[in-house]
Design a protein around this ligand. Structure first.
Ligand code: CA
Length: 237
């Protein structure tokens, strides 16, 4: 629990069920959080933009705009910690959720104590991540990305990448060994900027391979997972 002098963590609760709103508003205030409430997805986005909370508790099934779309939209501009709350029995694609940028998820009904523990864990982790991203370049095998300076190196050689190529490579390097689906890559790199046909992603991957792979026709690092997406091979690096 925060000492009385610490600034209160501001939480945006996006939730349409009154019983949860009441219980959480009271419970979280008691735990030292400042709680702001939005009762549908559109209001959630508006209040997020207006208030810039420290953490978002996001229900999935919401009027006007569902939680997935709210999460996706917020991630276009912000790394604010997001914990998704789903109803019991609701089918949730947790992999998609995490790839969309949610930090964690809980299923109703949950204990307040468990939720608060997860909130604190996410906040701690996020503080750590932000500090890490600001200070340290990403290094995987021969590849180094200096995020702040927007520079990419293979060994000692600098490779000039365009903005979207850089973002795409960053996403792959941040998820070594994991398949990133086409939808997730398009969503995270282009978001609503993505126009044209689905070839745009492949064209960018092809260019990355041409710049980074010894033999772009038989890539070792950025491999294709057929019918799914792409993966940065952790073992090749
Ligand atoms: Ca709901």
């Amino acid at each position: 629990m925060s000492p009385p002098s610490a600034p209160r963590v501001r939480v945006l609760l996006v939730e349409d069920e009154e019983s949860f709103i009441e219980a959480l508003t009271v419970g979280l205030a008691h735990e030292g959080f400042e709680v702001d409430v939005a009762r549908d997805g559109a209001e959630g986005l508006a209040r997020f933009a207006a208030r810039r909370p420290d953490l978002i508790l996001l229900d999935l099934m919401l009027p006007k705009m569902n939680g997935l779309d709210v999460c996706r939209t917020i991630r276009e501009t912000s790394d604010v910690p997001i914990i998704v709350v789903s109803a019991k029995g609701e089918e949730v694609d947790t992999v998609l959720l995490l790839e969309l940028g949610a930090d964690d998820y809980v299923t109703k009904p949950y204990r307040l104590r468990e939720l608060v523990a997860r909130m604190r864990a996410v906040l701690r982790r996020r503080e750590h991540t932000v500090a890490w991203v600001e200070d340290e370049p990403i290094q995987r095998g021969p590849f180094r990305l200096d995020i702040d300076a927007h520079r990419c190196y293979v060994g000692d050689r600098e490779v000039k990448l365009r903005k979207k190529e850089f973002a795409l490579l960053q996403l792959l390097l941040e998820n070594p060994g994991r398949v990133l689906t086409r939808d997730v890559l398009i969503d995270r790199v282009w978001g609503s900027d993505y126009v044209g046909d689905t070839k745009t992603l492949d064209v960018h991957i092809k260019r990355l391979r041409a710049l980074l792979e010894e033999n772009p026709k038989e890539p070792r690092y950025i491999t294709t997972v057929r019918g799914v997406g792409y993966r940065f091979e952790v073992n090749a690096a």
